[in-house]
Design a protein around this ligand. Structure first.
Ligand code: SF4
Ligand code: F3S
Length: 104
């Protein structure tokens, strides 16, 4: 599976949604996640993310992100169309400590 990681938080560009052939992105207030059981590993979303926030779970230390994506994809609604990014997405792209600010 592919997963959405920290830098999506507070940016949420949503370019990824446009290219996913199986509509497996789910939308929270501040970020998106991928449902790991629905993702078919096609990889087309990874280069589309301007925030470089999508990764294959074959990279090191991705277990926590798979669990995070699984957890929230089961409670957030599916997102099917691109929308405007969050306010200040440019300034916040690359900011440190987003997880602590939003998910602790
Ligand atoms: Fe969708 Fe493919 Fe990205 Fe998985 S890897 S989320 S199936 S676009
Ligand atoms: Fe997030 Fe990147 Fe998609 S910032 S909403 S994973 S395009």
């Amino acid at each position: 599976t592919y997963v959405v990681i920290e830098n999506c938080i507070a940016c949420k560009y949503t370019d990824c949604v446009e290219v996913c052939p199986v509509d497996c992105f789910y939308e929270g207030e501040n970020m998106l996640v991928i449902h790991p059981d629905e993702c078919i590993d096609c990889g087309v979303c990874e280069p589309e993310c301007p925030a470089d926030a999508i990764r294959p779970d074959t990279e090191p230390d991705m277990e926590k992100w798979v669990e995070f994506n699984r957890k929230y994809s089961e409670s957030w609604p599916v997102i099917l169309a691109k929308k405007d990014p969050l306010p200040n997405y440019e300034e916040r792209d690359g900011e440190d400590g987003k997880m602590e600010k939003y998910f602790s």
